[in-house]
Design a binder for this molecule. Sequence first.
Ligand SMILES: Nc1ncnc2c1ncn2[C@@H]1O[C@H](COP(=O)(O)OP(=O)(O)OP(=O)(O)O)[C@@H](O)[C@H]1O
Ligand SMILES: [Mg+2]
Length: 267
Amino acid sequence: MEMQKIIFIAGKGGVGKTTIAVNLAVLWAHQGWKVGLLDANIHSPAIPRMLGIHPQGIVGLVEGIEPASPMKGLKVVSMALFIQNQETPIAWRGPIKQGVIKQLIADSHWGDLDYLIVDLPAGTGDEAMSAVHFLKGTAGALLVTTPQALALREVRRTATFFLQHHVPLIGLVENMAEFSCPHCDGPLTPFGEGTGQPTAENLSIPLLGRIPFNPQVTLCADMGKPFVTSFPPSSAAATLREVGQQCQDLINERMRFTLLTQIVYKD
Ligand SMILES: Nc1ncnc2c1ncn2[C@@H]1O[C@H](COP(=O)(O)OP(=O)(O)OP(=O)(O)O)[C@@H](O)[C@H]1O
Ligand SMILES: [Mg+2]
């Protein structure tokens, strides 16, 4: 497995981490890069569903795990690919999860990749710790938040987690930033407003974009179609492209990564 550019996507529950991971992966594969997408969410893996991949009931082959490839240049590995009945709960404790994350990373036939995007579950539990541990040294983290103060606190906690594990922070993405009123087209801010920029400044990382709330994003996820290629003219897709470009630029100039040594909160 040859890969240098590994991106963790992290933040509070439900802020849009998986949506952003899936759409960045599709966007980059569409641009001709070789992209791996690792669903590190063991308990509720959603990536195959969002990409319209039907679980093939892959068994843990002695020869390793063959990723699903929903489009040219994209390889996807997820627990969901192993489960025939998606309603089966996965009730595993720490040590097992650690082993599984390791296997998904090391035993999958990724081939040569330009980028590996790792979609983490919320919080800083077993999955995040194992993924960071096994992929240490080559990664950067993209933090996702909504404008809500509660999500912001989580971003700081997550930033400190990466700090403790010496993973540089690439930047912050504010998702569901605003919503266009269907009647007057004016901006509505159901999740609050104006919190992303000060948080990014507080952490000394760039705010890479503010993705608006767009009901098509949800519809696309349910239909198993990537939003970014289904609605390219929308402002949500344009912001995703902008985020993707900045993310690549920052990764390619690793010097500009913020390797935090200390976070000093100003409030
Ligand atoms: N910009 C957006 N506009 C509209 N809906 C969105 C947007 N971003 C995400 N969503 C929707 O919000 C929900 C949560 O998104 P997603 O599953 O990506 O979050 P998550 O952070 O990965 O959640 P979890 O912590 O459970 O893994 C999904 O239904 C998704 O379709
Ligand atoms: Mg998710």
